[in-house]
Ligand binder design. Structure first.
Ligand code: ADP
Ligand code: MG
Length: 294
């Protein structure tokens, strides 16, 4: 590769809002045949809002928001922020403090609030605490997920108390981005730690056939390794701390500029504006740049 041709490529990249880490990064893009897309924050806005609360008999919405809101206040997950913000808004300001806070990656959070041992997250996290959702709550969870939403189960003192419904919107540019990636000959795969029903709903909205859901953060990298072992050349687009290892392992890692530092550091390219269409631009550009070099 001649430095001049690469310079042209990277300069044009900057114009398109693409930062390219090194010339080697461009080599793999030409061969990429698969593009793995993280869901939350990459295909979707990643700005979630609390849109519904279902409580078990004997539990009030205010109690749920107070305890779950306080617990989630200690987490930076987009789901957690939605819960904490809604709680602060509806309860008018200060939330109680959380002690012994623990983040369980890909599942949820636990901690002690006002003397109560609180758990919030996927049903699976409650199951780990030997808790199950009683019928009205199990139904609320299934209904929320069928609508493409994320359900947050809340329990304290050994009892499941509520299901919160959290919504995220697909970025307006995502369907076009997926169309363009397909036109470049790449097969898109949606990869997420979120539930399978919500993942399917998002995939349908943007035109993706293949979905790999309910993947724990440390398993994302295994998915990329498996695809590579199948002989595919894999580009991966992500934004989260959870995506960093997978971005580093992919043949080509693309980070959302709106994402975490960990993702940006692990990636070969950064899509500065967080617009997924720039992923297609990057691949098109790098192919053209290589063409110029040869
Ligand atoms: P993604 O791959 O979609 O970015 P994560 O792997 O970070 O998602 O999380 C997977 C799922 O775990 C979330 O969709 C959510 O259901 C649950 N979860 C993770 N963190 C939290 C939290 N702090 N509170 C509630 N639920 C959480
Ligand atoms: Mg994400």
């Amino acid at each position: 590769a001649t430095p001049t041709a690469l310079l042209v490529g990277t300069g044009r990249g900057a114009q398109l809002g693409i930062l390219i880490k090194g010339p080697e990064a461009l080599e793999n893009t030409r061969r990429a045949d698969t593009v793995v897309l993280d869901k939350t924050g990459t295909v979707t806005e990643g700005r979630m809002t609390l849109i519904g609360v279902t409580t078990a008999p004997g539990t009030t919405e205010a109690e749920v928001l107070r305890l779950a809101g306080a617990l989630e206040h200690a987490s930076e997950h987009p789901v957690a922020r939605a819960v904490a913000e809604a709680a602060a808004e509806r309860l008018g300001g200060a939330l109680p403090a959380t002690e012994d806070f623990t983040n369980v990656p890909g599942l949820g959070v636990t901690g002690v609030v006002e003397g109560h041992a609180v758990v919030a997250g996927r049903e699976r996290l409650l199951n780990d605490w030997a808790l199950t959702l009683p019928e009205p709550l199990a139904e609320a969870r299934a209904a929320a997920e069928a609508r493409g939403r994320t359900a947050v189960a809340v329990a304290w003192d050994g009892e499941a108390r509520a299901v919160l419904e959290v919504a995220d919107a697909v970025k307006a540019t995502s369907p076009e981005a997926v169309r363009r990636l397909r036109a470049l000959g790449l097969t898109p795969i949606l990869l997420t730690g979120d539930n399978a029903a919500a993942a399917r709903a998002v995939a349908d909205e943007v035109g993706i056939d293949e979905v790999i859901a309910e993947v724990l953060p440390e398993e994302k990298v295994e998915v990329v390794k498996r695809l590579k072992a199948e002989g595919r050349t894999v580009a991966m687009v992500g934004d989260g701390v959870n995506d960093a290892a997978a971005l580093a392992t992919a043949d080509l890692g693309l980070a959302m500029g709106t994402g975490t530092d960990a993702a940006i550091e692990a990636a070969d390219l950064t899509l500065v504006r967080g617009d997924l269409r720039a992923a297609a631009d990057a691949i098109r550009l790098s192919r053209r740049t290589l063409h110029t070099i040869q």
